[in-house]
Write a protein that binds this ligand. Structure first.
Ligand code: 5GP
Ligand code: MG
Length: 173
């Protein structure tokens, strides 16, 4: 991508918001044990910050998802690579992803987790692009709601790069 970086959320702003989300999620579970499932690769940064902002007793596991046919357009054809070690049956599951865009990824993951008979399934995302939604799905806990812009950093990639940037940004010409 060409142009100048435009920071949408600084490292400080992200930290503050993730702290609030951790408290809200703890309050929701109210002492219950949580099975956190982070979706790789995009959520690895958010998930590691979120779980450290939470005090609930938890087990942490991961699934790999992939939906992009090319770099910018998501497709309804979501691929799940599940290597879950945790036993899901009867557990209170919190699925964590970086961003909800068309909604296909989270809808597909929630469906596959429900088939394993958890006690409950909730979802947490750092970012939400509601204007892009193609399915009737919304996350239970959301960090920031954004317009339809392609963003990078804080786990989100452009090609194979920039997931390590500690802030969330876009490019402007
Ligand atoms: P959905 O299935 O909701 O359309 O897409 C979710 C996935 O698309 C996210 O986990 C993320 O990998 C990718 N995605 C959606 N919007 C963006 C974006 O603005 N930037 C980047 N880097 N990835 C995005
Ligand atoms: Mg992703």
């Amino acid at each position: 991508m060409k142009g100048k970086e435009r920071i949408l959320y600084s490292e400080e702003a992200i930290k503050e918001r993730v702290g609030e989300m951790g408290k809200a999620i703890d309050a929701y579970y109210n002492g219950k044990e949580v099975l956190v499932i982070g979706l790789l690769r995009g959520s690895f940064v958010f998930c590691s910050d979120l779980v450290r902002a939470m005090e609930s007793k938890m087990e942490i596991d991961f699934m790999t998802t992939s939906s992009y046919e090319d770099e910018f357009s998501s497709s309804g054809d979501v691929k799940l690579f599940s290597d879950l070690r945790a036993d899901v049956k009867g557990r209170d599951v919190l699925i964590v992803d970086d961003i909800i865009d068309t909604g296909h990824t989270l809808e597909t993951v929630v469906k596959s987790i429900r088939a394993l008979e958890p006690a409950s399934v909730k979802t947490a995302v750092m970012l939400d692009k509601p204007s892009r939604r193609e399915v009737d799905f919304s996350a239970d806990f959301t960090g920031f709601t954004i317009d339809d812009v392609f963003i990078v950093g804080y786990g989100l990639n452009y090609g194979p790069y920039y997931r390590n940037k500690p802030y969330i940004y876009t490019y402007e010409d």
